[in-house]
Design a protein around this ligand. Sequence first.
Ligand code: SF4
Length: 96
Amino acid sequence: MEMTIFVYSILLLGVMGFITGFGLAYLAKKFEVKEDPRVEKIIKVLPGANCGMCGYPGCSAYAHAIVEKGAPYDKCVPGKKSGVAEKIKKIMEEES
Ligand code: SF4
């Protein structure tokens, strides 16, 4: 008798785990947020100092602002010498 309860408990937990996992996978796919690939490319060319001198809380926020709100390309102060603005301009032109 105790063995049967143990087996049923294991089976019930397995089924519940499968249903929950399947449901979470389905919902993750359904509500997936697709990000513009230019954001990731711009983040890669930015210095990554997250200093805030561009007026945004970090490099990622600045990259999002460029792509989504049309922020100017030349706001990154540490990246001026390495030509970050030109690299950003190139990314924005080739993918738009
Ligand atoms: S100024 Fe440049 S390095 Fe500093 S947070 Fe902005 S994008 Fe990043």
